[in-house]
Write a protein that binds this ligand. Structure first.
Ligand code: SAH
Ligand code: SF4
Ligand code: F3S
Length: 471
């Protein structure tokens, strides 16, 4: 039995990453284990987890399982977890409580836990003692799911396979995508930045880039299948290729992927540190690279940025921000901000507000700092009370919302292109502009899966309303 170890997870050697193309196998004796059975999969966390879940669905399909949205009718329940903040933990344990309840009258259900929480040794330890959980596997060995699942069913013993290796790149793992129009494509796994508050470099391992040809071929296939949009995924996409020793950068990758002819190309997440001028030129050059950038700020105080280990100052950040706005016309920029990092004074917090006033973001994800066991910041003293933390978040959100609305108001009466994705909550169509604005549109379902011209009739803080433009 393997338990993950955060200390080991921190080790980075200079050894080359292995690209493994033939490790995913389904032995004949297990290929029908899902026949007539249903699985329920719950996904927490970022796009990376969402896409891992698409791989999990691909593997379960190969085992002949079908998906259900109703947990009560599932034979297999899988929870793909996130460890980024304490509330992610709490949500998961709350859900596990519900699963326990269900298992009391359906004892044969198989319950599996995977994702970033499975990579934390303290969590794994708890799961090990939990009789509800049949199976725990980590982020490094997703492709082993078929065999682990078969073993859990056959032996009736808990299967735990999680380890803290730096990680390889596994190709040819099947995928069942949630959308027929937009696709996630991994370009890089793990993270080597070690921001002092963040658990990701421990739970996802060393930064490893996929080979350019594997990425380009995947996108070419998606274009052939009729996909309109691709989002390149990584924790630090701008650092793509640095570990490959091939003199091939994110700027090269962006232009090669743009040349496949995919209608819309996006990428997340950009760490400001690695954003090169070549990248900016490439984004500006190709019409099919969308004018939208998620550029996490985290804090507007140089003192706090240093404590966070972010490797840029607020001045450098703003210089980059200004360059992006100037060189990519109409570009929208969103961000992530953490308040109440250990030691954040009123003055530091005001610096953050000042940066928001300067950048006037299209929108922002804002968080109260959450200590993660095993990270350096978790040992730093944080004298702020819960009320003070909440007050800062509230103040920040008010400012963020103000600029979100102001930015949206500029769209009123304008014609924009929207990829219509489906029917939303209000029974109207919904989709996103090239600048990543959510638009609700009145119109026939025939528009689903098409990029259409839309006139914006009304705007709100977090969305736009529009109608299909007459030709
Ligand atoms: N790789 C991305 C971030 C991925 S995590 C980047 O560097 O930009 C998404 C966001 O969660 C981060 O940008 C950060 O704002 C937030 N976050 C990460 N760890 C956190 C913590 N311990 N407490 C609060 N927020 C956190
Ligand atoms: Fe976490 Fe920093 Fe890596 Fe982003 S860059 S995943 S915040 S360590
Ligand atoms: Fe969460 Fe892991 Fe993503 S911690 S945010 S699911 S990389």
């Amino acid at each position: 039995m393997n338990l993950p170890d955060l200390k080991k997870a921190k080790i980075r050697t200079s050894e080359k990453v292995n690209v493994i193309k033939d490790d995913y196998k389904i032995p004949d004796n297990i290929k029908n284990i899902g026949k007539g059975k249903k699985f329920y999969l719950k996904t927490y966390g970022c796009q990376m987890n969402v896409h891992d879940s698409e791989n999990i669905k691909g593997m379960l399909n190969d085992l002949m399982y079908t998906e259900t949205e109703e947990m009560d009718e599932a034979d297999l329940i899988l929870l793909n977890t996130c460890a980024i903040r304490e509330n992610a933990h709490n949500k998961f344990f709350g859900f596990l409580g519900r699963v326990k309840h269900l298992k009391e009258y359906k004892p044969n259900i198989i319950v599996g836990v995977c994702g970033c929480m499975a990579q934390e040794e303290n969590v794994c330890d708890i799961l090990k003692k939990n009789p509800v959980v049949n199976l725990v596997f980590g982020t490094h060995n997703l492709h082993k799911l078929p065999q682990l699942l078969a073993d859990a069913i056959k032996t009736n013993e808990q299967q735990i396979e999680v380890y803290s290796i730096e990680g390889n790149v596994y190709e040819n793992v099947p995928v069942k995508r949630d959308s027929k129009y937009k696709a996630w494509v991994n370009i890089q796994f793990g993270c080597d930045k070690f921001c002092t508050y963040c658990i990701v470099p421990y739970t996802r391992g060393k930064q490893r880039s996929r080979m350019p040809e594997d990425i380009i071929n995947e996108v070419k296939e998606l274009v052939n299948e009729g996909y309109l949009e691709v989002t390149l995924l990584g924790q630090n996409v701008n650092a793509y290729g640095k570990d490959l020793d091939m003199n091939y950068t994110m700027a090269n990758l962006l232009s090669d992927v743009a040349k496949t002819g995919i209608k819309r190309l996006r990428f997340v997440t950009s760490h400001p540190w690695d954003f090169s001028d070549e990248m900016i030129d490439t984004i500006a050059k190709y019409d099919n690279i969308m004018p939208y950038i998620h550029l996490p700020l985290q804090s507007g105080s140089n003192r706090i940025l240093k404590l966070m280990g972010r490797r840029y100052t607020k001045e450098e950040y703003f210089e980059l921000f200004t360059k992006l706005k100037e060189r990519i016309p109409g570009c929208s920029i969103t961000t992530d901000i953490i308040v109440a990092f250990p030691g954040e004074t009123e003055e530091d917090f005001n610096d953050t507000l000042e940066m928001v006033n300067k950048c006037q973001y299209d929108s922002a994800f804002t968080f109260i700092y959450s200590p993660r066991e095993g990270t350096p910041a978790a040992k730093m003293a944080n004298p702020l009370t819960e009320d003070e933390k909440n007050e800062r978040l509230y103040k920040l959100n008010e400012l963020v919302n103000k600029y979100a609305l102001e930015n949206n108001l500029k769209y009123k009466g304008k014609k924009v292109q929207v990829l219509i994705e489906g029917v939303g909550e209000k029974n109207t169509l919904f989709g996103y502009t090239d600048t990543m604005k959510l638009v609700n549109v009145e119109g026939s379902e025939d528009y689903i899966g098409k990029i259409v011209d839309v006139i914006i009739t009304d705007v709100k803080t977090w969305s736009l309303d529009g109608e299909i433009a007459k030709k």
